[in-house]
Design a protein around this ligand. Structure first.
Ligand code: AMP
Ligand code: MG
Length: 515
């Protein structure tokens, strides 16, 4: 149990309160967190302010004024906030890692919003009792990536933590080289991770485990109460089931958009099924199921194609953690079995949507035939290492063309056949696809596909350009990317270069865990 106050606040450092705070987490008891103050950050400067999120949440414009620059940098305390770091544990790269916790993310509390209470964390705001030798800081490079990618995911319709602001500082931070510090203020209904539950379970502290699970159900996942009817009234089995369903859905969405998380440790898995902890993530360029985006992941444990199974492995860890509460071995196993049908169903639906095969679900046999169509295309794409995002977008454009009469004419498909070597094989597949779809349906399907297959994703090289310019003091490219990624399905005339194949130098980018 910790109660240390690092850097006690001085009242002169208070920023006025523009948010209405609640602190349901702090009511759980001191075993869950340590109160502390952020470490002051030298000469903070706005690098990005997310006005769209601010408006969505109904927060006042003052949240981005000078007082709040200090507050969101960790230099002043927002009146009514209650800064703390939470404790969690977890499995990292398949091994039990013991206690981890918020090593650099400082939780300010829950603020009322138009979307319900939102927790706010300052990531990179200094050391905590859980820093384990780390400096408690985050570098500008990784903070830009987190800021932009969480907003990119949101723009794609994928559940994620959000980023409210990005504050940069000249303060040096040592990584492979000396970089500078930044703080992202991130927002989510809850930052609870699988690891929070693993922590108390591993300690044999079933009372705290139950307190946490009850808190999660009461405030964040109330639908579990209804779902308990499926599990003989067992609300903890329902909790596992709910998290499993959200996770299966999330993974289907990641796979469908070619997103590789990179560090799917159980402490980086959100209980609410949000994408959380953006590190060495990557939207794939050339399609390769074995693609590893984390340069430090030598075994490829978190390769793109393995993510769905890793999520299942992580759910198994959550099940082990919740086992003392569920208190029914067979039922726990039965809940876990669900993933094996849930994930393929969500992925199947997501891939059918990418092909424009929407509307009433066809009978099972046709769904299987559709899945074969998907698998054959994916195998082909992998054999060509074709650019994932570009291929789907060009396919959508080709399908969307108004005239359904020329489906057999290679000219209709030339923009996608131009992307591959084996054109006859692709034309064969396209013939099967148009037969399945019905030529008359293509234009309407294509319209849907253009809202399903994004034109813009946060490719590594795009983030890299924004990072290089920001390091030189120019934050404008962050704003440009933010605008594109907010509406990634729109055409954005004049910004074609942002949707083009990556330049040669992109292949040399190595994204490590260091952040
Ligand atoms: P990650 O792999 O980024 O999810 O981090 C794993 C654990 O290390 C978490 O408990 C983080 O809070 C902690 N951590 C990562 N980087 C730092 C840092 N620079 N200072 C303190 N703790 C850190
Ligand atoms: Mg983490």
């Amino acid at each position: 149990m910790h109660s240390a106050h690092l850097n006690p606040p001085s009242p002169a450092d208070d920023a006025p309160s523009v948010l209405a705070w609640t602190h349901r987490l702090t009511q759980l008891g001191p075993q869950f967190f340590t109160r502390l103050q952020p470490t002051p950050l030298a000469a903070p400067r706005w690098a990005a302010r997310n006005q769209a999120l601010r408006a969505e949440l109904g927060w006042p414009a003052e949240i981005f004024d000078d007082d709040h620059l200090q507050a969101l940098a960790g230099n002043a305390r927002m009146v009514g906030s209650d800064p703390l770091a939470t404790v969690y544990s977890g499995h990292q790269f398949g091994q039990w890692a013991g206690q981890l916790g918020d090593g650099r993310a400082i939780w300010l509390g829950e603020a009322a919003s138009k979307q319900g209470p939102q927790e706010i964390q300052l990531k990179g705001a200094g050391r905590t009792p859980y820093s384990r030798g780390g400096d408690g800081r985050a570098v500008l490079r990784s903070s830009i990536r987190e800021y932009l990618c969480s907003e990119a995911m949101h723009g794609l319709g994928i559940p994620t933590t959000r980023a409210l602001s990005l504050v940069a500082s000249p303060e040096p931070v040592r990584r492979e080289e000396i970089e500078t510090a930044a703080v992202v203020a991130r927002v989510a209904p809850s930052f609870l991770r699988f690891g929070h539950f693993e922590h108390f379970s591993a300690q044999g502290d079933t009372d705290s485990l139950r307190t946490l699970a009850d808190h999660a159900v009461a405030h964040h996942l109330p639908e579990c109460r209804e779902r308990a009817a499926l599990w003989q009234g067992n609300v903890y089995a329902a909790l596992l089931d709910e998290v499993q369903e959200r996770t299966a859905k999330l993974l289907a969405q990641w796979q469908a958009v070619g997103f590789c998380h990179g560090v799917m440790n159980t402490d980086n898995m959100s209980l609410l099924g949000l994408t959380i902890d953006y590190g060495p993530f990557q939207f794939m360029d050339g399609f390769d199921p074995a693609h590893i985006c984390n340069h430090s992941d030598h075994q490829g444990r978190y390769a793109y194609g393995r993510q769905p199974n890793v999520a299942y492995w992580n759910l198994y860890c959550l099940a082990q953690a919740l086992a003392p509460l569920i208190d029914d071995h067979d039922m726990t196993l039965q809940v876990l079995e669900g993933y094996k049908t849930l994930f393929p169903r969500y992925l199947g639906d997501a891939m059918r949507a990418k092909l424009g095969l929407v509307g009433d679900l066809p009978p099972e046999s046709e769904r299987e035939a559709d899945w074969t169509l998907v698998e054959d295309l994916m195998q082909f794409m992998a054999s060509e290492k074709v650019d994932f995002t570009l291929f789907w977008r060009e396919l959508s454009q080709a399908v969307a063309q108004p005239s359904p009469t020329d489906v057999a004419a290679p000219a209709r498909w030339s923009r996608i056949t131009d992307l591959v070597l084996d054109r006859p094989r692709l034309l064969d597949w396209l013939a099967r696809y148009t037969t399945r779809a019905g030529a008359d349906n293509l234009p309407a399907m294509g319209k849907h596909m253009l809202r399903t297959n994004p034109k813009f994703v946060l490719r590594n090289h795009l983030a890299e350009v924004a990072i290089r310019q920001a390091k030189a003091g120019d934050f404008s490219e962050i704003g440009t990317l933010y605008n594109l990624l907010q509406s990634p399905y729109d055409e954005h005339p004049g910004f074609e270069a942002y949707a083009a194949l990556p330049p040669d130098w992109a292949g040399q980018l190595e994204i490590s865990c260091s952040s």
